[in-house]
Design a protein. Sequence first.
Length: 277
Amino acid sequence: MQRELLAAFLRSRRESLSPERLGLSPGPRRRTPGLRREEVAQLSGVSLTWYTWLEQGRDIRVSRQVLEALAQTLQLTPAERRHLFTLAETALPTEPARPAAVNPTLRKLVETLDPNPAHVINDCWDVLAANRAYASLVGGLEQLPQEERNSIWLLFTRPQMQSLLVDWQHEVRDILGQFRIAVGQHPDDPRTTALIDTLTRSSSQFRALWSEHPVRAFRPTMKRFSHPAAGRLDLNYTKLDVAEAPDQHLVVFMPASETDERALARLVADSPQEALL
């Protein structure tokens, strides 16, 4: 089924692309809508036989380099390019660096979720935006340089995070398991590589746990905190993907009881007005 979907997708994009867009003459004898198979093959640097097999849905090996060439020839959008690699069951190459900007509407949503802690992260677990409740829960984020506003970095380099999280050992295994999946999807991402290298040098705990190759799918759960000002907090945790930015995720903590709800309200009320990212 996957190969059939890949074949149909390639065929649809080939037939929808006019020869003139690629500087080719339509010719009086052209009967095929869009491009011919041999034109796609030639422009992509592959043999006609191989490309024909691909459009026939045959079970043949497809390299990342060839998929990239096909994406360029067929002038795929970024979303179509990701879809092509997904159908081919191949990890995406590193995409051009993009500003880690959070949609203003999403940023406003994060702020209005106070007093429930909320923040936006990317696949590398960089904290891109946070409300007062989350900044107050974790503490000191606004004072950190941008490269250190990262959940994994904080877990392994700030001693207070070990006392803040009641189940620190469980939490770091869970996060590293999710991070491992993201690394597999973007193995050549320079930010991810730099973070792993830095943590490997900086933290023996990270080295030990990372060498175990944990893999965990995300699941909503309850996280237990021991906050120096708010005391014990039990918060239900969930994560939502951002539709227009597949590498961004909204993370929200909700109080597990009325006691936790009152404690969060006090925490936010006592926090500085500017304590958000």
